[in-house]
Design a binder for this molecule. Structure first.
Ligand code: SF4
Length: 257
């Protein structure tokens, strides 16, 4: 377990208020400054990249906060998500909530249906449980290929990555080189890289940010339904992702596993 990523929570019954807010929200003395700094980073990104800029949202709490920060800064930035075909209904239900709240139509990128059908016919619905190679193959089809289409022609993408999330993310930069052979100048921007879990939920509470109700069921990191479980006291943020594997808990979107 990484010292940066253990969750200081104790299992508790959900309250009438969001239990995640009740358990974690703590407004720190630094948070006002961090909000202003994150919005300034977003303004500078719009000036530098204009229509080349995109927020890639997993619809998790970090990305919902980033969408809210963009909205409160008065910026217009395209937002897109990956619908892998394996998401929880609670996750997909955030799309109309975002539209109502922010007047924003999230662009949805899906995998190539024929490729997914062929993979499932060949390897079965539970292929990801049989080996890391098959899990990566599933992530490749359902996430990485559509991510490539999502980012085609974009000069920068915005993420909700935070350094506290895992050892693999401990060095996340606010503005990182993300060059590819097709896109040698691309940047990856993580405006809330320095925020803590407590600050994230304090922001959610203060600004009434829409969030996935699964966060209230001890799922700090939410991915595809077959590959996400609730975590227990003292486990890492990402311990509920691919929990049967001894791996870095990454699917390749942000770090190699
Ligand atoms: Fe497949 Fe699981 Fe990866 Fe989703 S998280 S793409 S279901 S292996």
């Amino acid at each position: 377990m990484s010292a940066t990523s253990a969750l200081p929570w104790a299992a508790a019954a959900p309250t009438a208020k969001s239990s995640a807010i009740a358990l974690y929200a703590r407004w720190s003395p630094e948070l006002d400054g961090k909000i202003a700094a994150a919005q300034q980073r977003l303004r500078e990104a719009v000036m530098q990249h204009d229509v080349g800029l995109l927020q890639s949202s997993s619809l998790g709490v970090e990305d919902m906060v980033v969408t809210d920060l963009i909205h409160r800064a008065g910026l217009r930035i395209d937002v897109a998500t990956l619908d892998t075909g394996k998401l929880h209904p609670e996750t997909l239900a955030l799309l109309p909530r975002i539209q109502v709240r922010y007047g924003l139509e999230v662009q949805v990128f899906q995998p190539v249906a024929g490729a997914v059908i062929a993979f499932v016919q060949r390897e079965g619905e539970d292929a990801m449980r049989r080996s890391i190679a098959l899990r990566k193959a599933c992530c490749g089809l359902r996430k990485l290929e559509p991510l490539g289409r999502m980012l085609a022609g974009r000069s920068a993408w915005i993420t909700g990555l935070r350094r506290e999330q895992s050892g693999a993310r401990a060095e996340v930069a606010f503005d990182a080189d993300d060059a590819t052979p097709d896109n040698p100048g691309r940047r990856k921007l993580s405006p809330i890289a320095d925020w803590t879990w407590a600050e994230l939920w304090a922001y959610v509470e203060r600004f009434d940010v829409p969030t996935n109700p699964l966060h209230d069921q001890f799922m700090p990191s939410i991915g595809c339904a077959p590959c996400t479980r609730a975590i227990a006291v003292g486990e890492d943020f990402r311990a509920g992702r691919w929990w049967w594997e001894d791996s870095s808990k990454e699917c390749g979107l942000h770090a190699q596993s």
